[in-house]
Design a protein around this ligand. Structure first.
Ligand code: 76G
Ligand code: MG
Length: 214
């Protein structure tokens, strides 16, 4: 039967990465997506910026919106302190099934809770379902036109505290113009743009880091 791209990414991980070695999982996916088939992982160039923000924040609680194959999930979880928790939401069940296996191959299943469903449904249930008070870091990498409504929803659900960091992928390509305008003009956020490139290409893209001021 015809395999899907996420399945081919998982195959590349299982063939080329070492079980329990997150860096080898990241390397295997980047090699596959750069040399065989493009895929919408945050990638190595923006991934380094992601790593530096995660290390700087040193979060105890992380929310990732948009898991895909688990590439950024593995990058983030591999940098978390012991007992820290990452909740990642994925809408597509086929992507979620592959991501679970990629996260397991990296040996990070104890740090990661993968939840299947839509961000708009799950954000209001975070506290009651997962005992989360607030998120120290949120990585936005899901539907680009959901970045802004979901950020407002997280505020309304008191999931952000003074100092919570939002890091958004793809603010240039495919783009999230309404979100960018909001976080850059709101007095409740301190925003900073990290210029980079669309994963595995020369096209401009970047990450927007926005600190919630409370
Ligand atoms: O759409 C992208 N990413 C979101 C996929 C949507 C998956 C979702 C997850 C989820 C979880 C919870 N609730 C709702 C949702 S919806 C995306 C697209 C490109 C791209 C760039 C240039 C192209 F020519 C073609 C694609 C690059 C990227 O880095 C992306 O992240
Ligand atoms: Mg992305």
């Amino acid at each position: 039967t015809q395999s899907t791209r996420p399945q081919r990414i998982l195959d590349a991980v299982q063939k080329n990465a070492t079980r329990g070695d997150p860096r080898s999982v990241v390397k295997a996916i980047d090699h596959f997506c750069r040399n065989k088939e493009w895929a919408m992982n945050v990638g190595d160039e923006k991934g380094c910026i992601l790593d530096s923000v995660v290390s700087e924040v040193n979060p105890a609680t992380v929310l990732e919106l948009g898991t895909y194959c688990g590439y950024s999930t593995v990058r983030i979880a591999s940098l978390l302190p012991p007992h820290a928790k990452l909740i990642t939401l994925e809408f597509n069940p086929d992507f979620a099934a592959i991501a679970r296996q990629v996260i397991a191959w990296a040996g990070l299943e104890d740090k990661v809770q993968l939840v299947e469903g839509a961000s708009g449904d799950w954000i209001p249930k975070m506290k009651e379902q997962f005992g989360v008070k607030t998120f120290d870091l949120v990585f936005l990498d899901h539907w680009k036109n959901s970045y802004l409504p979901d950020t407002k929803l997280m505020e309304e659900c008191s999931l952000l505290r003074k100092g919570s960091v939002l890091l958004a992928d793809n603010v240039i390509c495919p783009g999230a113009p309404d979100y960018l305008e909001f976080v850059r003009s709101s007095p409740r956020y301190k925003s900073q743009y990290f210029k980079s490139h669309l994963e595995y290409t020369k096209v401009e893209d970047g990450l927007e880091k926005s600190v919630f001021l409370g």
